[in-house]
Ligand binder design. Sequence first.
Ligand code: GDD
Ligand code: MN
Length: 322
Amino acid sequence: VIVPTYNEASLIEDRLENLKSQNYPRELMEVLVVDSSSDGTADIVEEWCRSKGGMNLRLVREKERRGKLHALNTALKHTHSASDVIVFTDADCFWEDGALSKVVSYFADSEIGSVTGGIFYTGSEIELGEDMYRDYYNVLRIAESKRHSTPVHNGPLLAIRGEILRKVGLPNYPGSDDSAFGSFIAFMGYRAIQVDDAIVREPIRGNQFRRKIRRAQHLLLNFLRIKRYAKKMGLYTRSWSFEKIWKMEWWLHVANPWLLVSSVALLVVSVVLHGSIIALALLGTGSLLLALKMYRIWMLQQVYLVVAALRNLWIKEEMWSR
Ligand code: GDD
Ligand code: MN
């Protein structure tokens, strides 16, 4: 289990306790913390091992901070060559009871290359409609997984077959740090699934708007690059079921938001230049529909994707502040 940490002093002990409380055979599990903090997180981890401990844990200190993907790659160099499954997670989340053993159990099927858990938010900190977004998101990911694979994985609980990782490594380009791993595995001909019986709770922290934009930026980079990357590495195997899912999600993420922008622009032009009543009525209806939460959240996602596409032109955010 790999936990990258950057300035997680306030959370890391709870996270370690949560990992320790997973009902998984102790001798079969090892936790690897890769830290590049400046707030003493690593010292807290060492102290926890000394005073509480009771689980196999190794700490790797990075000399300088170079982003989450870099930390994951560093961790991979330290994993056991016999690890059947490598699980990535974050410091700021909690796995529900049994999440680890459930995720691992899916690997008994040799077609499965990766397994991710569903994220649910905790408590009442529902901002920017994140609750409803997550509900839709989880339904889609699980439906895709039943068909074949989901192109988007979740960093807080993301397991990959060790044998595959040792052979090909993680996809390596800016913006690849969780979601892209699913597509990568699926393009190799394995199934990359999200399951509904392994659940992660993730409290919302930091600036939500900034985070949504960054997540959207990384998703877009995934859709724009990962297929070509798999081909370039000579790993691409065509699967028709996954291609269909990929095309639909590609369209929804990459093209669809721009349809909204261009249709609104056309309607505005029609109203201003031609005084079109129909265009005005359509714009009015669209604005009224914003009163519905469902519609508002959909629109908001389109806005995030448009802003993210533009922002990707000048910054890829491989390292972020909260
Ligand atoms: N070692 C190391 N170095 N760890 C890092 C670094 C770094 O430079 N940057 C972030 N991390 C660690 C954090 O300490 C945390 O455990 C995890 O990576 C995720 O970072 P958060 O700061 O919690 O970001 P988030 O919640 O917005 O991350 C979400 O989006 C990312 C993609 O943008 C999660 O879903 C991540 O899993 C995902 O990679
Ligand atoms: Mn986080």
